[in-house]
Design a protein around this ligand. Structure first.
Ligand SMILES: Nc1ncnc2c1ncn2[C@@H]1O[C@H](COP(=O)(O)OP(=O)(O)OP(=O)(O)O)[C@@H](O)[C@H]1O
Ligand SMILES: [Mg+2]
Length: 351
């Protein structure tokens, strides 16, 4: 069942056209990551769904209720939309306890005291905050504050929850743990979640689908695998992974394969865009697809090693291709000097 549909949404703030026809949908039990660089319009899209920004055209439907429609001038206020919202900064009230922070919205809605107590205690318990109800926000760690912000959104039992960078204030280790429990929690509650992030690894780990925004336009949407393995544009290819980038000219295209020729090298790759013969193009190769080889062969290059970096679980190698750095991974440190590397043709995407 579709819980949220956004169709062709346009939003202008001041004189800036921020969202330029964005569309997405969200099903029950599904987590969709809204991914994109800073300033691409992620927060604007989330706030528009919540009813905190005023679009100029398009349509927003939550469950079976149209909450915004530009053509028929429907615009439901925030509280009627009944969404959970976790802001980019948690926006906890500093002078209220954890319990009061979570209870506040229910009080405003004139929920009976006994029901407030049981619902707040239930959600605090679910999020591992059962013992912290009497504390104030400044007496909590970043991770605990983040859970309070989430508890405050979940206490209404919304069908759709909107999360704006919910993990961005946590340090790297806590973040990795939090994305696991947050995903489990959303699945357990069987609600739909739209989660903004600008971290592609987090988007892939947490979500069932990813919607990638650039300059207010959705560049591509799909499962994490689709986004990572079959990017439709150079922007998506670059955004979704750690990459090597090669500039050259396209020669001898046959079907969807071509040679990319650069300064002293020629590599076979997959044509991801239409190119004329001798046209300039850029190729992207995921860092993990560059492999060490034992000698010359197709799509192999002999390159000087610039440096090896020890990363704990792997070594990262940096090679030099006439001024362009090429990076790869391997299990052992490499001695200085020249080494053969291979870039499989299927892993060289020519845009
Ligand atoms: N009130 C406003 N008036 C005019 N422009 C605005 C306003 N609020 C935001 N913008 C602009 O809209 C664009 C999108 O902003 P938005 O906050 O949606 O980006 P974002 O993708 O959430 O970025 P970040 O990752 O930095 O949070 C930015 O260029 C921003 O400067
Ligand atoms: Mg934002």
């Amino acid at each position: 069942m579709t819980e949220l549909t956004v169709k062709d949404l346009n939003v202008t703030l001041g004189n800036n056209h921020i969202l330029k026809g964005a569309s997405l949908d969200l099903k029950k039990g599904e987590i969709v990551a809204l991914l994109g660089p800073s300033g691409s319009g992620k927060t604007t899209l989330l706030r528009s769904v919540a009813g905190l920004e005023y679009p100029s055209s398009g349509n927003i439907t939550i469950g079976d209720r149209v909450v915004y429609d530009g053509a028929s001038k429907i615009e439901m206020p925030v509280d009627i939309r009944a969404l959970g919202f976790v802001f980019q900064s948690y926006a906890l009230w500093p002078h209220r306890t954890v319990f009061e922070n979570v209870a506040y919205g229910l009080k405003l809605r004139k929920t009976p005291e006994s029901e407030i107590a049981s619902r707040v205690n239930e959600v605090l318990g679910n999020l591992g905050l059962g013992q912290l109800g009497d504390r104030h926000p400044h007496q909590l760690s970043g991770g605990q504050q983040q859970r309070v912000a989430l508890a405050r959104a979940l206490v209404y039992k919304p069908q759709v929850i909107l999360l704006d960078e919910p993990l961005s204030n946590l340090d790297a280790k806590l973040r990795e743990e939090a994305r696991i429990w947050l995903r489990q929690l959303i699945i357990e509650l069987n609600i739909a979640a739209l989660c903004v992030t600008h971290d592609q690894a987090e988007a892939m780990a947490m979500s069932d689908r990813i919607v990638l925004l650039q300059n207010g336009i959705i560049e591509q949407a799909g499962t994490p695998q689709e986004m990572y393995e079959t990017p439709r544009s150079l922007f998506v290819a670059e955004f979704m992974g750690t990459n090597n980038k090669l500039k050259g000219t396209v020669e001898t295209a046959v079907g969807n394969m071509a040679m990319l020729v650069g300064d002293g090298w020629a590599l076979k790759g997959m044509l991801c865009n239409q190119h004329k013969n001798k046209e300039a193009a850029v190729a992207v190769v995921r860092t993990e697809r560059l492999a060490l080889a034992d000698g010359p062969g197709e799509n192999r290059l002999q390159l000087p090693l610039v440096t090896s970096l020890y990363l704990g679980n792997t070594w990262e190698y940096v090679f030099d291709l006439n001024g362009t750095q090429l990076r790869g991974y391997g299990p052992l440190p490499l001695p200085p000097g020249n080494h053969w590397v291979e870039i499989p043709a299927a892993a060289l995407w020519i845009f």
